[in-house]
Write a protein that binds this ligand. Structure first.
Ligand SMILES: NC(=O)c1ccc[n+]([C@@H]2O[C@H](COP(=O)([O-])OP(=O)(O)OC[C@H]3O[C@@H](n4cnc5c(N)ncnc54)[C@H](O)[C@@H]3O)[C@@H](O)[C@H]2O)c1
Length: 465
C-alpha cells in the first residue's frame, strides 16, 4: 500500500522504516528542516538500535522516501500521524501539531484517505479529527479516521514493531479495520522475517484488537499510567524496606513471581522519565478531570515519582555531606538505556541539582551526551566511564546501560578519590563492587561496605552509627 508517515521522530521513523520492511511504499514527512536534510542525506537524527540498517536498506530498495508533509498527504492512501503531543503547562496534551496536520489534509487531500492517529492522544481526539475534516475538507475527500496507538519502547523499537503483544485499532466501521489488518498482515500472519533476529521463527502471534476509537485512545493512556503506577508503587515499597531494614531486591523479586502481578516494572530507582510516562500520566489525569473523574490515584503516582530525584540527591548528600567543589562522576544521562533520548530524563534532574549544590560533574553516557550537552553545558562530558571517574568522590549511576555491568572495579578504585558508588537503578552487584574496595549505596536499603579496605569500612560504619 502507498503509506505516508507524518513526523520522523522516534515513533514516526521507526514506523516508516518498519512499514517499508513489510513491503509497503512509504513516504515519510518531517517538518524540521535540519532533521529532514539529515534523513535525505542518509543519516538518522537520533539513535535507535537496528533502525539505521533498516532505513538504509529500504531507502536503497526504493520503498522509503523522505520529504514534505504536503507531498506525504498527496501521495499516501494511508496517512500515519506520528507528530509529538507534548505536555502543556497544565499537563494537558498539546494537540497543535495534530491539528496542523489535519488542517493540511483537509486543505489538500482528494479522493479516499485512511487517516491513522498513531501519536498518543486523549480520548475523543479521533472524534475531533473527524469533525475538523468534515468542517474544513473539500467535498472530494472521503476518509476513515483510525486510532492505532503505538506501544513500542525506545531502545527496542524495531524489535517491538515485529514482536507486538497486540496491534490495537480503534475504528468506526469494518472497512477501516480491514485496511489496518491488511497493512499489518505480514506481522499478524508471521510471513515476514524479523530484521533484528533475521528469522520468521522468532515471531510470536500478535493479537489484532479492534475497538471503537474512544476505547483505543483510552487503552493507550491507561496502559502507560498503569506501568507508571507499578514503578511508583515499588519505589514506595523500596522506601519502606529502607526504613524497616528489609531487602527490596528480594521483596520485588518475590512479589513479581505472582503471575497476577508480574516482574516487569518492579525495579526501584530514581523514577520514570522519557516522552511517554510523565506526560501521558498528566494528560490522563487532566482528561479524567474534564469528564468529572478525579483520578487522584495517578496524581499520587506522579507526586511519588517527582520525589525520587530529591530523595536520591539527599542520599548523595548523606554520603558526601557538602557537595560544593566536590567532583562527582555521573554514569548515564538518557531516560533509559539504549536510547539517546533525554526528554524528561530523571538523570538530568539529578544532574541539575548536583550543579545547583556546587558539585563539579564529570559525566558519561554511551549515546546521550551530545543532546545533554546542548541542555546542560556546565558539565565535563567524558569519552568513557573511566575518564568520568578520575578524581571523583563518588560514582553515581543514573541510567542502567549494560556497559556499566562490565566496569573494571579494580581499575576504578585506582582512578577515584573515594571508592563510593551510589546506584540509582539498583542494577550493579553490591557484592562485586564492595569486593573491589567500593562502598555501595543503592535504593531501598541495599548497601555494602568495602571489603578490601577495612579502615574505610570502619570509618563509614562509624559515620552511620
Ligand atoms: N517515543 C516513544 O517511545 C513513544 C512511544 C509510543 C508513543 N509515542 C507517542 O508518539 C508521538 C510521537 O512521539 P516521538 O517520540 O516520536 O516524538 P518526536 O518529537 O521524536 O517526533 C515527532 C516529530 O514530528 C515532527 N513534526 C511535527 N509536526 C509535523 C508536521 N506538521 N509535519 C511533519 N512533521 C512534523 C517533529 O519535527 C518531530 O520530528 C507522541 O504522541 C508520543 O507520545 C511515543
Amino acid at each position: 500500500m502507498r503509506i505516508s508517515v507524518i513526523g520522523a521522530g522516534y515513533v514516526g521513523l521507526t514506523t516508516a522504516g518498519c512499514l517499508a520492511e513489510l513491503g509497503h511504499d512509504v513516504f515519510c514527512a518531517e517538518a524540521d528542516v535540519q532533521k529532514l536534510a539529515r534523513l535525505c542525506a542518509g543519516e538518522l537524527p537520533f539513535f535507535e538500535p537496528n533502525l539505521d540498517d533498516l532505513v538504509q536498506r529500504n531507502r536503497a530498495a526504493g520503498r522509503l522516501q523522505f520529504g514534505s508533509t504536503e507531498d506525504a498527504i498527496d501521495r499516501g492512501r494511508a496517512i500515519f500521524i506520528c507528530v509529538g503531543t507534548p505536555p502543556m503547562e497544565n499537563g494537558e496534551a498539546d494537540l497543535s501539531a495534530i491539528e496542523s496536520v489535519a488542517r493540511t489534509i483537509a486543505r489538500r487531500a482528494q479522493g479516499y484517505r485512511l487517516i491513522v492517529e498513531k501519536s498518543t492522544v486523549p480520548v475523543q481526539t479521533g472524534r475531533q479529527l473527524r469533525r475538523h475534516l468534515a468542517l474544513h475538507s473539500s467535498s472530494t475527500l472521503t476518509y476513515d479516521v483510525v486510532s492505532n496507538p503505538e506501544f513500542l519502547r525506545e531502545g527496542t523499537a524495531v524489535e517491538d514493531f515485529f514482536h507486538p503483544d497486540r496491534i490495537l485499532v480503534g475504528v468506526e466501521d469494518s472497512r477501516a479495520a480491514e485496511a489496518m489488518h491488511e497493512i499489518y498482515r505480514p506481522v499478524l500472519e508471521r510471513t515476514v522475517a524479523c530484521p533484528v533476529h533475521h528469522s520468521k521463527d522468532c515471531m510470536k502471534q500478535a493479537k489484532f484488537v479492534v475497538t471503537d476509537t474512544n476505547s483505543a485512545e483510552l487503552i493507550k493512556h491507561a496502559s502507560n499510567s498503569f506501568l507508571a503506577m507499578k514503578i511508583s508503587f515499588i519505589n514506595m515499597v523500596a522506601d519502606l524496606c529502607e526504613a524497616a531494614g528489609a531487602d527490596i531486591g528480594k521483596v520485588a523479586e518475590a512479589v513479581g513471581l505472582d503471575p497476577r502481578i508480574g516482574s516487569s516494572f518492579l525495579q526501584p530507582g530514581i523514577g520514570f522519565g522519557g516522552f511517554c510516562f510523565p506526560k501521558d500520566l498528566q494528560a490522563f489525569v487532566r482528561i479524567a478531570e474534564k469528564f468529572g473523574c478525579d483520578f487522584s490515584l495517578l496524581k499520587e503516582v506522579e507526586r511519588i515519582n517527582k520525589n525520587r530525584v530529591e530523595k536520591f540527591v539527599e542520599k548523595i548528600k548523606n554520603e558526601l555531606w557538602v557537595l560544593r567543589g566536590k567532583r562527582i562522576c555521573v554514569w548515564g544521562l538518557a531516560f533509559k538505556p539504549k536510547t539517546d533520548d533525554i526528554r524528561f530524563a530523571p538523570a538530568l534532574s539529578v544532574l541539575r541539582q548536583l550543579l545547583a549544590e556546587g558539585a563539579q560533574v564529570q559525566a558519561y553516557d554511551p549515546q546521550a551526551m551530545a543532546k545533554a550537552q546542548l541542555e546542560i553545558p556546565d558539565v565535563t562530558y567524558c569519552k568513557d566511564m573511566y575518564e568520568a571517574a578520575v578524581g571523583a568522590e563518588a560514582i553515581v549511576l543514573l541510567t542502567e546501560w549494560d556497559e556499566f555491568q562490565g566496569a573494571d572495579w579494580d581499575l576504578l578504585s585506582r582512578l577515584v578519590q573515594r571508592p563510593l558508588l551510589l546506584d540509582g537503578r539498583n542494577t550493579l552487584s553490591a557484592e562485586q563492587v564492595s569486593a573491589c574496595g567500593f562502598q555501595y549505596v543503592g535504593i531501598g536499603g541495599i548497601s555494602a561496605m568495602p571489603k578490601t579496605h577495612p579502615q574505610v569500612a570502619d570509618l563509614a560504619a562509624e559515620v552511620h552509627v
